[in-house]
Ligand binder design. Structure first.
Ligand code: C5P
Length: 289
């Protein structure tokens, strides 16, 4: 029986600027995307017909509102391949957290189906489908860190040459990406100085700050996010920021041991938090031997 297991990592934004609104309604952004050691598991298995199940997150839809569903249908339409597979998503990445879980699942679906059906699409073909599924999906087709521009489809790889450990914290708030973009105003637009971030990933010193244009509008509305950022600022973590359009916040630790200690302290303080690290491996496909 044809079956493939896919590890779909979360992403984190190390700095994010919104340059401005485009004529097509989207926004041009500048950000550094990295994969982190927190992932969902996606299993695709041959079946009598197409079906989708989700474990570990009640709020995640199992119909066409799920990006995995849309990715599979789009793949079938584009390639003419049949998609009589059972898709099972085991969620660990919190939805609505700015960690790209749904986008990672969608990219995993494209890569997994391409593998299972004899690679009908090349990288460019996969990229075209990814962009039409969502702005964050293209990033997940590659390994490693990237400077991301345009709507999210212009990717420049960045080398990761040192271990970087973090604490990520989960405020009790789910922020919709569409809402967050709508909440932006002129004051939030600007550019990101990516040089210090790229140097850091390449082995240089930790930057003093990781600005994110969404922090102002999101904390104006979501007090839980503001409180979480405040609590992270009270720790040794430095710098502290938010990922994507939120709600997940994070701070940089000096090593994994410190990250573990701080995450436990935050937990005792009522903040859900985990230690993790930046990883250079993106989506991983595993076929049973
Ligand atoms: O591309 P995606 O479907 O993830 O985007 C969700 C919403 O976020 C879009 O409908 C759009 O309103 C907004 N968005 C944007 N500019 C981007 C990415 C997303 O305005 N670069």
């Amino acid at each position: 029986m044809l079956r493939i297991e896919i590890t779909c990592p979360a992403k984190l934004n190390l700095g994010l600027a919104i340059i401005g609104k485009r004529a097509d309604g989207y926004h041009d952004l500048e950000s550094v995307f990295v994969n982190i050691g927190l992932s969902d598991r996606l299993v695709i298995e041959e079946a009598a017909e197409f079906s989708l199940a989700v474990h570990g997150a009640d709020s995640v839809p199992t119909d066409k509102n799920n990006l995995v569903w849309r990715a599979a249908k789009l793949f079938a339409k584009e390639t003419g391949k049949d998609i009589d597979y059972h898709f099972e998503i085991f969620k660990r990445i919190p939805p609505g957290g700015g960690l790209g879980g749904a986008s990672s699942n969608a990219a995993g679906t494209l890569l997994g189906l391409n593998e299972l059906t004899g690679q009908p699409l090349n990288h460019k073909g996969l990229l075209d489908l990814a962009v039409s599924l969502g702005s964050d999906v293209p990033f997940f087709l590659n390994d490693g860190a990237a400077l991301v521009e345009g709507r999210g489809e212009l990717l420049t790889p960045i080398e990761l040459k040192q271990e970087i450990c973090l604490v990520i914290a989960f405020p009790r708030a789910a922020v919709s990406t569409g809402w967050a973009y709508n909440a932006l105003s002129e004051r939030d637009f600007g550019k990101l100085d990516t040089k210090p971030i790229v140097k850091w990933l390449g082995g240089g010193k930790t930057p003093a700050e990781l600005p994110n244009a969404f922090i102002a509008p999101v904390t104006d509305t979501f007090i839980a996010v503001e409180k979480t950022l405040d609590k992270l600022h009270q720790t040794e973590l430095n710098p502290v920021s938010m990922s994507g359009s939120g709600s997940t916040c994070f701070g940089v630790a000096s090593d994994l041991e410190e990250a573990g200690i701080i995450a436990r302290e935050l937990e005792m303080n009522g903040v859900a938090a985990i230690p993790t690290r930046i990883v250079s491996k993106g989506i991983t496909l595993r076929e049973p031997s």
